[in-house]
Design a protein around this ligand. Structure first.
Ligand code: HEM
Ligand code: HEM
Ligand SMILES: [Fe+2]
Length: 453
């Protein structure tokens, strides 16, 4: 770590881990409810659990992204963050709004708009908070000695993500119109601007971990940004198939969303190529594992499993079923969850000065989390395919089909337990690192790398 102010990232990483654990708790509540064990129903009915699960997901990922930006931008711009007290204020207000939102969900204060459940009054607070965050990042970048492509791509990803939150805040009477604009947020986030954030963070990590020249790595970034926008913007059409809009979305959505996996494939090829080119001397193997994992699992979860149900002929049957949950879990984990784990794995030894790089617990955490999520994806896939054939082909009622597929949730719970053990081990390691310290300050970039290179 080169700059004192980078330490502020720790708060965001810690919050991210805490919220992930909470998200998992709600996942288990739903999985048990699906199996017929819904004992908590009176206090946490399924709609509350599902709203909390999905919104906690968004918040822990965003908290991870903010931590990543606070860590990366000073390092890339070669200067301290413009204000640490303001960054801490931004952290606490962000956390408080999050707590109010989650508490509100349990009192029925949510909007029934998947992923965007936070009530409008709180949305304004979120928007204000994010403006504060962006100003801190932008001023740091603009006042910095260097303005690298990596830091621009990351920052522009964050700026666009904030701007795209706005269409989701407009109030529409008509639910079809509301749904149309909800996708501007949800789709254009995960299949658009968040990919820039991902590209920026991956590029930062690959530059540091492989030792390959920045010029080579950043050239790839342009290709990825190009592919993302080319396919992702019109790819939004895959959510407009049978929603009351014009028919042309069938064609546009089908074609452009089928091209979206290319951007993820680009990301995979990029990471693997840089790994092969690199000198493999960096001791932080776990950070490298998580980085490569992100590149590979995002292609599987988002690219391939997205492609599996993106054509209108398929989506007609699979829409809104557990097939979507199958894709949602591996895509979110592979692309964004694993990415947050990669930057945390890289930053923690740097911030704390404790070089716990390649330890048993860290390795076990890596394998258990990833094998667990693959198992969960398989369980959702089996349940989803059964649900589609019963509900959409054989004509079963929703709850009739739900009863037949209960055993799949037993498998889900087993796989989710493996996943959760991996997460808990990772968090255990995170805690063991201790808190960041100024003793970890280095005058030269990544000291671990330079000590060996
Ligand atoms: C480890 C414990 C977890 C369990 C048991 C679990 C279980 C579930 C269940 C049962 C649902 C509801 C499916 C339905 O609509 O009926 C769900 C939804 C969802 N979960 Fe999880 N989950 C877990 C962790 C995660 C993690 C770590 C992520 C992301 C990285 C995640 C992302 C999602 C998403 C995106 C949805 C919405 C899916 C859709 O759009 O249909 N979950 N989860
Ligand atoms: C990292 C990137 C991605 C993430 C995190 C992600 C996650 C999700 C989630 C959570 C949903 C459920 C949304 C909701 O119902 O509100 C969804 C839906 C969908 N995704 Fe993705 N996705 C990603 C990339 C892709 C890609 C690249 C494709 C196509 C190739 C794709 C195809 C679809 C389709 C067709 C649906 C609609 C499913 C339905 O009709 O129920 N996704 N995605
Ligand atoms: Fe989409």
């Amino acid at each position: 770590m080169k700059y004192r102010s980078q330490k502020v990232a720790y708060y965001f990483f810690a919050l991210s881990m805490l919220l992930l654990i909470l998200q998992i708790v709600y996942g288990f509540i739903m999985a048990f409810a699906h199996m017929g064990f819904d004992g908590l129903h009176e206090w946490i009915p399924f709609n509350t659990a599902t709203a909390t699960h999905k919104n906690l997901l968004v918040v822990w990922i965003l908290s991870g992204f903010m931590g990543a930006a606070y860590y990366i931008i000073p390092d890339e711009a070669e200067r301290e963050l413009v204000s640490v007290p303001l960054a801490k204020l931004q952290f606490w207000t962000f956390a408080i709004v999050g707590v109010i939102a989650v508490a509100g969900f349990h009192m029925g204060w949510f909007e029934g708009r998947k992923f965007l459940e936070i009530p409008r009054p709180l949305d304004y607070l979120v928007a204000l908070n994010v403006v504060g965050f962006l100003l801190l990042i932008l001023f740091t970048l603009l006042k910095g000695k260097k303005k690298t492509t990596t830091s621009w791509v990351l920052t522009m990803g964050l700026v666009f993500a904030a701007l795209l939150y706005l269409p989701g805040m407009i109030y529409f009477e008509n639910i079809a119109v509301d749904s149309f604009f909800r996708w501007w947020v949800v789709h254009l986030w995960v299949e658009g601007v968040w990919e820039l954030i991902m590209g920026g963070i991956l590029s930062y990590l690959l530059i540091r971990l492989t030792g390959v020249d920045r010029e080579v790595i950043e050239k790839w970034l342009y290709v990825i940004v190009g592919l993302t926008f080319l396919s992702g913007i019109l790819g939004t059409g895959h959510h407009y198939y049978y929603t009351g809009g014009p028919d042309y979305w069938l064609m546009i959505g089908g074609i452009f969303s089928s091209l979206e996996p290319l951007a993820f494939l680009g990301m995979t090829a990029f990471a693997i190529q840089m790994y092969r080119k690199g000198n493999k001397k960096h001791p932080n193997k776990l950070a490298l594992f998580w980085t490569l994992n992100t590149a590979i699992l995002s292609f599987l979860g988002a690219g391939l499993l997205g492609l599996a149900h993106t054509l209108p002929q398929v989506n007609l049957y699979t829409h809104g079923t557990l097939v979507t949950a199958m894709h949602g879990h591996l895509a979110f984990w592979g692309a964004y969850g694993s990415l947050v784990f990669a930057i945390i794995s890289y930053a923690m030894p740097q911030m704390t000065g404790r070089k716990i790089y390649d330890n048993k617990i860290g390795n076990l955490a890596f394998w258990m989390a990833n094998i667990g999520i693959l198992g969960m994806t398989a369980a959702f896939a089996a349940a989803g395919v059964a649900q589609v054939s019963l509900e959409r082909i054989a004509g079963y009622e929703f709850m009739q089909a739900a009863k037949v597929i209960q055993p799949h949730f037993f498998v889900l719970i087993i796989a989710a337990s493996v996943f959760t053990t991996g997460i808990l081990l990772f968090v255990w390691n995170f805690i063991k690192f201790g808190v960041p310290s100024d003793d970890a300050l280095q005058t030269q970039g990544d000291s671990a790398f330079q000590a060996i290179a």
